[in-house]
Design a protein around this ligand. Structure first.
Ligand SMILES: Nc1ncnc2c1ncn2[C@@H]1O[C@H](COP(=O)(O)OP(=O)(O)OP(=O)(O)O)[C@@H](O)[C@H]1O
Ligand SMILES: [Mg+2]
Length: 374
């Protein structure tokens, strides 16, 4: 068994440059990825650079392209746990083969192993992010995010390698500020030797899932902390916003009405419920909040599209693509179709579909943007 390596971490961060420096949209909008790169020599192939990064409340994911054109995904839970450093815990972690880092005489375990350890110790994990953004209540959030990014991204393949990272669109129902969050991550990536560029999370879904529709349609990322919506016209995001209601919002509300813990509600929700066929009181509560959330999202798209100026005409019907962990519940797509029927939607819809791999859609879309630019 290999013993965990004590590592000194650098907790000082460069701040990002802030508003005005980072483009609100990737510029120029990336064209479709080349599924089969024409680079023929192995030297050229090995130089395929550019990475995609999904910075989510629940999960952090990276996507890179191997020399033979395969997409490689790495995932870590966006969570950590800290314990007092003493000989007993040190030995226990060594026995369990759990890696840790020492910060100010505390032992920090990050990512997936933090969940295993939380179970062993009967403690809750801590979360560096809340509602899609860096958490204001978590003082250790930044150094933890840096460690987690190092774990999923690794070192740059070339100096200043481009990484497109997902950011939420401006929320419509909270005061949260995306500029600070974006600047922080630009700073962490710069410190790691990357050229970090932000990409709206809903826009990333369009890049990943709508190449065949000329990147025209509606991408919705249904996450843990929020929903991110992007209406795209030929790669250009013409309407984007986020709501601070996502999987966590469902869990909190279901927990309240059933008088149970939020973590129990999460487990109930993820165990294989079909919201078109609720079988008991718990499942009915889940269905009610899901339906409400879907209606809330669609009504907001309709209202914002109708009240915004300069929206393009969509002469042909477009698709709605659903991604993110919250879209994985049984009956989600059907319920979206159902709720859509009750609205006079301003854009003609051809099809509502779920991404083939909803959890990796955002990081794959970010990779499309990075590879196109590199
Ligand atoms: N099978 C499932 N059924 C229902 N919900 C699920 C399932 N699997 C995961 N989830 C939920 O998906 C959410 C996490 O999704 P995802 O990883 O897309 O979020 P995120 O990108 O980290 O968050 P955000 O984009 O909001 O910052 C959690 O609320 C989780 O409970
Ligand atoms: Mg997400």
């Amino acid at each position: 068994m290999s013993s965990p390596e004590d590592r000194k971490i650098d907790v000082s961060m460069d701040m990002g440059k802030g508003e005005g420096d980072a483009p609100a949209r990737p510029n120029p909008p990336p064209p479709p990825p080349k599924a089969d790169p024409t680079a023929s020599s192995s030297q050229e192939a090995a130089q395929a650079t550019g990475k995609g990064l999904d910075i989510g409340t629940a999960n952090l994911l990276s996507a890179t392209q191997s020399p033979d054109g395969q997409t490689i995904i790495k995932v870590q839970r966006n969570a950590f746990i800290d314990i007092d450093s003493d000989d007993f815990t040190r030995n226990m972690l060594t026995k369990l083969n759990i890696q840790y880092v020492l910060v100010s005489n505390r032992m920090l375990v990050i990512g997936d192993p933090a969940f295993d350890l939380a179970n062993v110790l009967n403690k809750e994990t801590r979360r560096p992010m809340q509602h899609g953004l860096i958490s204001p209540n978590e003082v250790d959030a930044l150094p933890i995010e840096k460690l987690l990014l190092e774990s999923v991204l690794g070192t740059p393949q070339v100096e200043n390698e481009v990484v497109y990272f997902s950011v939420p669109a401006e929320p419509i129902d909270s005061e949260a500020n995306v500029i600070y969050h974006k600047g922080l991550f630009e700073g962490i990536l710069k410190k790691m030797g990357y050229n970090g560029k932000s990409l709206l999370e809903g826009h990333a879904v369009v890049f990943a899932e709508m190449a065949e529709q000329d990147f025209t349609g509606i991408g919705i990322s249904c996450g843990g902390g929020m929903f991110n919506i992007c209406v795209s016209y030929k790669t250009i995001p013409c309407l984007s916003f986020s709501t601070s209601r996502g999987g966590d919002w469902i869990d909190e509300n279901v927990a309240k009405v059933l008088g149970i813990k939020s973590s129990r509600a999460t487990a109930l929700k993820e165990k294989g419920v079909d919201i078109t066929n609720a079988k008991n009181r718990e499942e009915e509560a889940i269905e009610i909040y899901y339906r409400n959330l879907i209606n809330y999202t669609l009504v907001n798209i309709k209202q914002r599209f109708e009240s915004s100026e300069g929206m393009p005409n969509f002469p042909d019907p477009v698709d709605i693509v659903l991604a993110g962990g919250t879209s994985m519940i049984g009956g989600f797509t059907e319920t979206v179709r159902d709720e859509l029927k009750s609205l006079e939607f301003p854009i003609p819809i051809r099809e509502v579909r779920r991404a083939e791999d909803p959890l990796t859609s955002v990081c794959r879309g970010a990779l499309v943007a990075a590879v196109s630019e590199e």
